[in-house]
Design a protein around this ligand. Sequence first.
Ligand code: FAD
Length: 485
Amino acid sequence: MIRTGTEYLEGLKDGREVYVDGERVHDVASHPALKPIVAAKARMYDLHHETPSLTFADADGTHSLLQAPPLTKEDWQKKWDGVDLVLRDLGGTVTRMGDETVGEMWSLADGRDVLASIDPRFAGNIDRHIREVVTKDPFHVSANTDPKGDRSRPVDQRDPDMMIRVVRETDAGIVIRGAKFETAAPYADQAFLKPTVGAWTDEKESQHAVGCIVKMGAPGVKHICRASFATQGSATDHPIGARFDEVEALVVFDDVLIPWEDVFFYRHTRAAQFIRGTLHRYSAFPYVLRLLHNADAMIGAAMWNARQTGLEKLQGVQEQLAELVCYREGIRAHLTASIALAETSPAGFLMPNQSILYAGRVLACSQLPVAMHTARELIGGQVCVTPDAAQFAGEAGEWLRKFYTLNECWDAEDRRRLLAYARDLLTSGYAGHRLAFAQFAQAPHFSHLAAVYRSFDFEGPLDLVRRAAGLSDQVMGKDKIGKAA
Ligand SMILES: Cc1cc2nc3c(=O)[nH]c(=O)nc-3n(C[C@H](O)[C@H](O)[C@H](O)COP(=O)(O)OP(=O)(O)OC[C@H]3O[C@@H](n4cnc5c(N)ncnc54)[C@H](O)[C@@H]3O)c2cc1C
């Protein structure tokens, strides 16, 4: 079953506890801070009913191909094409569409043996939830990051709620307490909650080692949203922030009951260790794909500006445009290669080549500030000093129309629109927020590098240097002993 936009909106009327600007929100879909992004999400649902290429059929009916575990290279290509189609229809980049969070559950299915060895009761839950995302089509998001508190203190000397914990067991399930930072949670159906980035080697922390599905409207779940960008100005002046602000919230879990059928593991550091090591095995792909779209937005804005102003003909400008293209093509090359050299996972899914995908994520995220700066330099300072649309329409508008008209092809309104778009993409408060999103929303930089370190096969370079330097044959063996120790 694929839900309609209306069914998604109806699902949000579950009495959920959402707060914006210090006040309780009574209707998520119509609140000005949430309305634009909720409408975008509803449109994604409706688009599936208009676009057969976004769907596939099996014995249970027709489903979204974005929600299904990938089994072939063709599946990945279809997902890529599907995301392109959806984002083109929306006219902007939305990261939390569900497809880049659902893959976290596929990673957990790859660890079925680990889960079964902890508690066989839970091994079936993950398979069922992966299937239910396909058949019931919920909007599924990700809950990783706890407030954590003062980490110079041992965990048992902090407020124990600083990291999500299981406070008790009941016949119906476990009861959890704590908080997580989550994008899109206020307008999502469910989140995969799991332990935050950490060493997860200390058994004392095991009360915090819990993985489960939480319904976003469950009693005790409170969404305390950050200030909105959607309400900071009109879409005329803020064409991105006013339409696509993916609202984050501190989601508080005030003794929330998680039914046994939604529990994947709890009180076990080995499961926490496993999931932290493999979490983005699949979901890094759609995350990096969004940064490819973002790169296209920067190239498009910079190139239109060069065309409007006639600067395109300058060699220096062409070189800077080429630098943006190298960033963009570097991302595309990593995504393409990660599918071409994809590997079969322990659960039988097709996972993108891990070393290439994680290296691509580091490229896309770490070089984003440089690419944004190049785009800013190309578009120039006018982007920051241009008056808003009300001024163009007002008493002094005549002067603005005079100085913003470039030639017979480019009138002042097209110039204003391009500069407003570029400002929201590159220099606005929303642009800064999205830069932080890219750097952190799928774990921070050190964690991205740790994933590269874990997935790259160092044996090839080691062997190359052993041979070239004439190191003794035993060196490789010694290294293995060192590792084993
Ligand atoms: C816009 C945005 C959206 C987000 N959306 C989500 C979401 O949807 N779901 C979710 O779960 N989380 C989300 N997050 C939270 C994000 O995952 C965290 O911000 C991130 O994991 C870092 O955690 P922290 O902010 O608590 O930083 P801290 O843990 O306090 O770390 C701060 C910095 O200290 C350094 N540091 C800390 N620990 C280490 C270490 N072990 N080794 C080396 N350096 C270290 C790093 O430089 C790190 O960036 C989002 C964050 C942002 C900014």
